[in-house]
Design a protein around this ligand. Structure first.
Ligand SMILES: O=C(O)CCC(=O)C(=O)O
Length: 211
């Protein structure tokens, strides 16, 4: 498994349009590029195997997704919440089930990799992004605790991050299927994230604690 080092980055390397892209790959030795992430962001490729991914996808395909509604507008992405009910999905309220055995297994695996306390992550959201679906700029609700983690399934996507104080400074990375990311500290409190339109079906499973 490729474990990324979590270090503060400092140097904008190149610019794309009006956005300064802070995606830094700085060769510190010739074999392993050092990857610089925003403070509090951690990324682990290969957190689960392809066989496990397929098992989780089989489980996911049994779920009924609700379109996420934001300010009266149904988005293309669908969600299913587990473990904690924090209100209607836009207009559509649905029953929130306890975390299933599959979700607990994935949570425990991911928390072990990320050295987080698995049992504290009582809220989970499974999100389906069909081709063209996005998630706009946001940071996770303040009712949730200081660490959030997510596992990506089925396809990669671009993941964008920007400091709330400097929204034009956008940091981009690729989230690979079967990878795990963690957001805590500054990237959780002082940054926003978004996903531009995905090309093909992608799923994510996000876990949160409550304050
Ligand atoms: O799909 C993802 O990995 C991101 C999910 C997300 O940002 C959210 O649920 O708030």
């Amino acid at each position: 498994m490729k474990v990324a080092v979590n270090v503060l980055f400092e140097i904008p390397i190149f610019e794309l349009g009006e956005n300064i892209v802070w995606n830094l790959y700085q060769n510190q030795n010739e074999l392993e590029p050092a990857i610089y992430y925003p403070d509090g962001f951690r990324y682990y490729e290969g957190a689960i195997t392809s066989v496990e991914e397929q098992e989780f996808l089989d489980f996911i395909h049994t779920l009924d997704f609700f379109p996420y509604v934001m300010r009266g507008q149904a988005s293309r992405r669908g969600i299913v919440r587990f473990g904690h009910d924090y209100g209607p999905v836009g207009g559509d309220h649905h029953t929130v089930r306890p975390l299933t055995a599959e979700l607990i297994r994935l949570r425990d695996r991911a928390a072990d990799i990320a050295r987080l306390s698995a049992k504290d992550f009582i809220a989970s959201v499974v999100t389906h992004y069909p081709a063209g679906a996005t998630i706009g700029w946001h940071s996770d609700m303040t009712m949730f605790g200081p660490a959030v983690f997510g596992v990506s399934l089925a396809a990669s996507c671009t993941f964008k991050l920007r400091p709330k104080a400097e929204p034009k400074k956008i940091y981009k990375l690729n989230l690979e299927p079967r990878s795990l990311y963690v957001m805590e500290g500054k990237v959780r409190s002082d940054w926003e994230h978004s996903i531009p339109p995905v090309k093909v079906d992608r799923y994510s499973i996000t876990y949160r604690t409550l304050k």
